[in-house]
Design a protein around this ligand. Sequence first.
Ligand SMILES: [Zn+2]
Length: 120
Amino acid sequence: MDPTASPFVQGLAAGVLRHQRCTACGTALTGQRFACTGCGSARLAWCDAAGTGTVYAVSTVHRAPTEAWRALAPYTLVLVDLDEGPRLMAHGAAGLAINQRVRAIAVTLAGTALLRFVPA
Ligand SMILES: [Zn+2]
């Protein structure tokens, strides 16, 4: 599967945060799934999110996984509960705190669009 063909990645490149929602039970999902984690249905639809949410957890990465990231370290990763319900991991602005309101932006690193949360 070509990861750039993902509706999530394509949305991010266009400045839209997308997630999946089960059309059978309404469960909101993150990632790109083939079946609902709530009921097992394969009837999933992509939805545009408002891009706003609340920080659930924050961590700082000091050891970059690749050379491209080394110049950015230390950098922040966050778990964010979107207002639509699902929780996802993304990059975050330095200094974000648990329970802080945030909004999503797209940043580009080495030609790849990445999700990043900044203060709302
Ligand atoms: Zn479901």
